[in-house]
Design a protein around this ligand. Structure first.
Ligand code: ADP
Ligand code: MG
Length: 885
C-alpha cells in the first residue's frame, strides 16, 4: 500500500485509504474530502500514520521508498502551484502539519513557511512584490522551525523581537518595516547558530525532513501522552504528516487568517461564529497575541468592538466563506470547526473537522438538526456523549444570590465553579488531590497546563479569545472557563493577583460563571439544573430506543425525588444501613450490636423498627408504585461502633452497663479482614432477628402505603453477599415467614420478590442453583470486582493509578467494568440464572451502572435494568439507548 497520498490540485485516488482517517489522519482525510467536493484547498500530500508507527518503532531512518513517494508528491504540488521547492527565483513554500486520527488540540506542532532560506526569501520578495511580507515570513519560519524542530527555546526570539521594537520605539509588530524584519532575521540566525553550533539549515530538503521527523516525534511528547491518557486515546495510533502549499494571510490588508464554527459551540445556536485577524498568519489567532476580530457585524456590534468584522471588511471573501459553511454542514451533517486564510482577497480552506462543543450545544444542535431534516433521531441520540450530560446536570449559580462581580470577560466554557485560586498547574493538582476545590488562574494556558486544568473546577485566564487554548481545552473537558480577563493581573513572585481593583492572593476563594464570563469574589450559592427543553426532547428519543430500564441507587426521599426528576424507573439499590447512621438511631444500632444476647438485641431492634418503617413509607410513597429493591443489612457491624470515649460513655449511660463492658464487647467484634468477615447475609444467618426486623419494616410500610390508597409497591427484598443456595434458602424462608405474619396482621396481601446480589465469584458460578431460590439477581459489581480481582476497593487508591498508567488494566476497574474478567462471571451467572428460571429479573447496582462502557456490556448480556446514582440516571438512559442501537 502507498505511504503518501496527494490532495488538491486535481489529485484523484480510487484507493479508499486516501480519505481514511485511520490512515491519513483526521486533518488529511478532511483536506482530501474538501478538495474532492470542489472547495479551494491548497494542494498537498499526507504521509500515513503507518509510517509514523514504523518510524517510532524502528527508530530507523526513512526508507528510500518513502523518499521516492515524497519526492513524487512534492512534484504534484509544484505542478499544481507552478512554483518549485527551493527555487531561488520563485520558491514553493509549504506547511508541515501533524494530524492524528482524532484531533488533539495544540498537542502536535506545525511548521509554516518551510522552504525559506537566504536565497528563496529574495525570490519570495520579488514575486510577491512585498519585501516586508517576505522577511516577516522568514523570521516566523526561523522561530517556528527552531522551536519545533531544533528544540531551541522560543523565548530568546521573542526577547530579540521586543528589543528590536524598543530600539525603534515601536509599540506593535505592525510597525516593523521590511528592513527591520530583515535585520531581525540576521539576529535570529545568529541566535540559532549560537545554540546549534552550526548555521541554521539552508537546505530546503533537509528542512522538510527535519520537520517531518519532528511531527512524528511529537506523537511521543509528554504533553501528547498526557492528553491521550486523559482522553483514552491509544498510544499506537500515530500521527500523519500533512505537507501543504502555503497560502499567505500576512500579505497586507487584503489578507487575513481565521477560525470559525458553523454554529455557536457554546450554546449550539445557529449563528456563524468565529474570529479572524487581518494581515496575520497561522496561529496568531489561537495564540492570543493580538485580540481577534469578530466574523459578523452583529457579533461585533453586540460586543461593542471597534475593529471591523470580516463581514464589513471583506464582504466578498465573507460571502464565499458563508457559502462554504453551508456546503460543509450539508456534506458532513454536523457542526464544523474550520480554519481558513484569505490571500489577497481569495479564500482558502485549511482545515475542517466536526467541532468540539459543550454538552448544552451538543444537545441543542442534535435536536435542531433533526428539526432541520439534516439528521434523524437515531443519529441525534448517537451524537451526544452521555458523560457530557454531566455538565448540564450539575448546579448553576443561583440567579437571585448576590454576586460580588470583580470582572466580566469572555464566557469561554459554560457552567459555574467555585474554589481556591491556584496560580500554577502543579499546585492546582496538588490541592485538588487533597480534596480542595480549585480555580486555576493563569495569564494564558498552554498544553503544559493540561493536568492543572483537569484538576481544577474552573479556569480563568487573563489573555486569549474564545478559541484560545484555554477555551478549547476547557470546553472539551467540560470545565467552566472565563478567558481574556484583562482585569486580571498576576504577580507570580508574590503569589498574588489583582482582579480589577481588588487585591487577592493564592488560596482565596472565587467563583466563575463560564456562561456569562463573570468572575466573582467568594463562594456564590448554586441551584439545580433545568431538565426540560432540548434535554427533555433528546431523553424522550433515548427512552423510545432503549431496551433496558434505568433505576437509581437511593436511600432517602430526597434522592428518590431527584432521581425521579432525572427519569429513574425504580430503585435498584436501597442500602438500609445508610439509615442506621442517623443521629437519632445510631444509639439503638450500637445497643443492638453490643448486646450480650438475643434478648438484648431484640430490645434494641424494637426501637429501630418504627424508624425503618417510617423511612420505607416515605420511600414507597415517593416511588409511587415503581419497583424498589431493598438490600438487607450488609456492612460489618463494627462500622457502627462508637470510636471516641464520650460515645462509649453516652451509650453506657443509655443502656445501663459499664464502659469497660462495652469496650470489651467492641474488642470482641474486631475482625482482621472485615470486608470478607462477618457481614452480608452472614449477619442474617447468625442474628436472624436483624433481618426479621428489617423485613417487618418493609412489609408494614408497604401495607401502610397501599392502605392509604397509594400505588401498590412491589418490594424486592435483596439478600447480600450470598455464596451458597442454602444461605438464601434459610433467609428467604425467614422473609416469607415475616411477610405472612404481617399480611395476616394487616389483613392484606401484597406482591413481593425475594432475590439476591451476585457479588462473590462462587455465587456467579453457582448461579444456576441459587436461582432456584431467587426471583432476581442484582450484580453488585463493586464487591464482585473486589472479590474477583482480589483488590480491596478501599486500598486500591495507592496502586491502581500506576496500574492504569502502565496499561495493566485499561481503565480503573471500579469505574468501568472489567468486561474481560469480571464480565465473564456476570455473563455466566446471567446465563445460568436464566437456565434455571427463565423470567429471572437481572440488574446491576454497582458504580458501573452509571458508566456508559459498562452499560454497553449490560445490554450485550441482556440485563433487564441498570441502576445508577441519581445524577447518573440521565447518562444511563442515553447510554442504554446508544447501546441498544
Ligand atoms: P493545529 O492542528 O494545531 O490546528 P494546523 O496544522 O491546523 O495545527 O496549523 C495551524 C495553523 O497554521 C492553521 O490554522 C493555519 O492557519 C496555518 N496553516 C497551516 N497550513 C497552512 C498553509 N498551507 N497555508 C497557510 N496557513 C497554514
Ligand atoms: Mg488546525
Amino acid at each position: 500500500a502507498k505511504s503518501v497520498y496527494t490532495f488538491g490540485g486535481g489529485a484523484v485516488h480510487d484507493d479508499p485509504r486516501a480519505k481514511d482517517k485511520t490512515i491519513v489522519g483526521g486533518k488529511g482525510a478532511n483536506l482530501a474530502e474538501m478538495a474532492g467536493i470542489g472547495l479551494p484547498v491548497p494542494p498537498g500530500f499526507t504521509i500515513t500514520t503507518e509510517e509514523c508507527v514504523r518510524y517510532l518503532q524502528d527508530g530507523a531512518d526513512f526508507s528510500d521508498a518513502l523518499k521516492t513517494e515524497v519526492a513524487a508528491a512534492l512534484t504534484h504540488i509544484e505542478r499544481a502551484v507552478g512554483k518549485t521547492f527551493g527555487d531561488a527565483a520563485d520558491p514553493l513554500l509549504v506547511s508541515v502539519r501533524s494530524g492524528a486520527r482524532v484531533s488533539m488540540p495544540g498537542m502536535m506542532d506545525t511548521v509554516l513557511n518551510l522552504g525559506l532560506n537566504d536565497a528563496t526569501v529574495q525570490g519570495l520578495a520579488a514575486t510577491s512584490g512585498d519585501d516586508r511580507f517576505a522577511w516577516d515570513s522568514y523570521r516566523r519560519f526561523i522561530q517556528m522551525y527552531s522551536d519545533v524542530v531544533l528544540g531551541i527555546d522560543h523565548g530568546m526570539f521573542e526577547e530579540a523581537l521586543e528589543i528590536a521594537k524598543e530600539d525603534r520605539g515601536y509599540l506593535s509588530d505592525t510597525e516593523m518595516l521590511a528592513e527591520d524584519w530583515q535585520e531581525l532575521v540576521a539576529e535570529y540566525k545568529r541566535l540559532a547558530e549560537g545554540e546549534l553550533g552550526h548555521p541554521f539549515p539552508q537546505d530546503v530538503t533537509e528542512q522538510l525532513w527535519g520537520a517531518i521527523r519532528a511531527v512524528f516525534d511529537s506523537w511521543d511528547s509528554d504533553r501528547a501522552k498526557v492528553y491521550r491518557r486523559l482522553n483514552d486515546i491509544p498510544g499506537d495510533w500515530g500521527t500523519a504528516v500533512n505537507v501543504q502549499a502555503m497560502v499567505f494571510g500576512n500579505m497586507g490588508d487584503t489578507s487575513a487568517t481565521g477560525v470559525a464554527f458553523t454554529r455557536d459551540p457554546a450554546t449550539g445556536e445557529r449563528a456563524y461564529y468565529g474570529e479572524w485577524l487581518v494581515n496575520a498568519q497561522g496561529e496568531d489567532v489561537v495564540a492570543g497575541i493580538r485580540t481577534p476580530q469578530y466574523l459578523t457585524r452583529d457579533a461585533r456590534v453586540a460586543a461593542k468592538a471597534e475593529l471591523p468584522s470580516m463581514e464589513e471588511a471583506m464582504p466578498e471573501a465573507y460571502a464565499e466563506l458563508v457559502a462554504v459553511f453551508d456546503l460543509l454542514e450539508r456534506h458532513y451533517k454536523d457542526m464544523q470547526d474550520i480554519e481558513f486564510t484569505v490571500e489577497r482577497g481569495k479564500l482558502w480552506m485549511l482545515q475542517t473537522r466536526s467541532g468540539k462543543r459543550t454538552a448544552k450545544a451538543a444537545l441543542r444542535m442534535a435536536v435542531d438538526m433533526v428539526g432541520e431534516g439534516l439528521i434523524d433521531e437515531v443519529t441525534a441520540i448517537k451524537r451526544v456523549d452521555p458523560m457530557a450530560l454531566d455538565q448540564l446536570l450539575h448546579p448553576m449559580l443561583d440567579p437571585d444570590a448576590p454576586r460580588d462581580v470583580l470582572a466580566t470577560a469572555l464566557p469561554a466554557s459554560p457552567g459555574a465553579a467555585s474554589g481556591k485560586i491556584a496560580l500554577d498547574s502543579d499546585l492546582a493538582e496538588k490541592w485538588a488531590n487533597n480534596g480542595d476545590k480549585v480555580i486555576l488562574v493563569r495569564v494564558e494556558t498552554s498544553p503544559e497546563d493540561i493536568h492543572g486544568m483537569h484538576a481544577a473546577q474552573g479556569i480563568l485566564t487573563a489573555r486569549g479569545g474564545m478559541t484560545s487554548h484555554a477555551a478549547v481545552v476547557a470546553r472539551g473537558m467540560g470545565r467552566p472557563c472565563v478567558s481574556g480577563a484583562a482585569a486580571v493581573s498576576i504577580d507570580m513572585g508574590a503569589r498574588s493577583l489583582k482582579i480589577g481593583e481588588r487585591a487577592l492572593k493564592e488560596g482565596d476563594f472565587i467563583t466563575l460563571d463560564g456562561s456569562t464570563g463573570q468572575v466573582m469574589a467568594g463562594l456564590v450559592p448554586m441551584i439545580e439544573p433545568e431538565l426540560a427543553g432540548d434535554f427533555g426532547t433528546l431523553m424522550q428519543w433515548a427512552d423510545k430506543h432503549r431496551r433496558m430500564k434505568v433505576r437509581t441507587n437511593a436511600e432517602t426521599p430526597e434522592d428518590c425525588r431527584m432521581a425521579l426528576a432525572f427519569g429513574a424507573e425504580g430503585i435498584g439499590l436501597c442500602r438500609t444501613e445508610h439509615m442506621f447512621f442517623d443521629a437519632g438511631r445510631i444509639m439503638a444500632v450500637r445497643e443492638m450490636i453490643l448486646a450480650d444476647d438475643e434478648a438484648g438485641r431484640r430490645r434494641a431492634l424494637a426501637k429501630l423498627l418504627p424508624e425503618q418503617r417510617a423511612d420505607f413509607v416515605q420511600i414507597f410513597t415517593a416511588m409511587a408504585g415503581l419497583p424498589c429493591t431493598i438490600r438487607l443489612l450488609d456492612p460489618p457491624l463494627h462500622e457502627f461502633l462508637p470510636q471516641r470515649d464520650e460515645e462509649f460513655a453516652d451509650l453506657a449511660a443509655d443502656v445501663g452497663v459499664s464502659v469497660e463492658h462495652l469496650k470489651r464487647r467492641a474488642e470482641e467484634l474486631h475482625e482482621f479482614n472485615p470486608m470478607l468477615g462477618h457481614r452480608g447475609c452472614r449477619l442474617g444467618i447468625t442474628f436472624p432477628e436483624i433481618y426479621e426486623m428489617q423485613a417487618r419494616a418493609i412489609f408494614e410500610a408497604a401495607c401502610a402505603v397501599s392502605a392509604k390508597g397509594g400505588d401498590p409497591v412491589v418490594p424486592e427484598v435483596m439478600i447480600p453477599l450470598v455464596a451458597t443456595k442454602r444461605e438464601l434458602e434459610i433467609l428467604r424462608a425467614l422473609v416469607d415467614r415475616v411477610a405472612a405474619e404481617v399480611f395476616a396482621e394487616q389483613g392484606r396481601t401484597l406482591d413481593y420478590l425475594v432475590g439476591t446480589m451476585i457479588e462473590l465469584p462462587r455465587a456467579a458460578l453457582m448461579a444456576g442453583e441459587i436461582a432456584e431460590e431467587a426471583r432476581f439477581f442484582s450484580f453488585g459489581t463493586n464487591d464482585l470486582t473486589q472479590t474477583t480481582l482480589g483488590v480491596s476497593r478501599d486500598d486500591a487508591g495507592r496502586f491502581l493509578a500506576p496500574y492504569v498508567e502502565q496499561g495493566i488494566y485499561p481503565r480503573d476497574p471500579f469505574v468501568s467494568l472489567d468486561v474481560e474478567g469480571v464480565g465473564q462471571l456476570v455473563r455466566l451467572a446471567a446465563e445460568r440464572g436464566r437456565g434455571t428460571r427463565s423470567d429471572i429479573k437481572l440488574g446491576i447496582c454497582g458504580e458501573h451502572g452509571g458508566d456508559p462502557a459498562s452499560i454497553r456490556f449490560c445490554e450485550e448480556v441482556g440485563l433487564d435494568y441498570v441502576s445508577a446514582s441519581p445524577y447518573r440516571v440521565p447518562i444511563a438512559r442515553l447510554a442504554a439507548a446508544q447501546a441498544a442501537l
